[in-house]
Write a protein that binds this ligand. Structure first.
Ligand code: SF4
Length: 125
């Protein structure tokens, strides 16, 4: 029975506690180094199902910009990020766009929408 160790920096507040996790296979044995319970919750999620925000751009037609910055409305499973980026590389929308507009609904059935993170007006002719 071999025990694995992982070190994580909690990102939930500026204290940035260094959290020490011991694992056996995929089972968490101990979590230490967190100053508050949020650190333990963070460490468990980071080990079992890490999540990330996604920020990128999609192509936009007829706008003042050629690329529209977009963001996931909430975190996505880290394992889906690469495939989400591939989906978004194939997206092209038309201006105008308002910040918060849904660009891709429920991307890869994750339950998370991709939304515009700024306004883009139509290019004047
Ligand atoms: S464990 Fe608590 S105190 Fe430490 S960084 Fe995370 S949220 Fe902040």
């Amino acid at each position: 029975m071999s025990t694995e160790e992982k070190y994580l920096n909690c990102i939930n507040c500026p204290m940035g506690c260094k959290i020490h996790v011991t694992l056996n296979a995929d089972t968490i044995i101990t979590i230490s180094g967190n100053t508050c319970p949020r650190g333990e919750v963070y460490a468990r999620q980071e080990i079992i199902n890490p999540q990330r925000m996604l920020t990128t751009t999609v192509r936009i037609q007829g706008g003042m910009l050629q690329l529209l910055p977009v963001v996931s409305q909430s975190t996505l499973p880290k394992r889906l990020i690469f495939d989400c980026v591939k989906v978004l590389q194939g997206v092209q929308i038309k201006a105008p766009v308002k910040m918060g507009d849904v660009i891709v609904h429920n991307i890869l059935n994750s339950g998370v929408d991709i939304i515009a993170s700024r306004d883009v007006k139509e290019k004047s002719t």
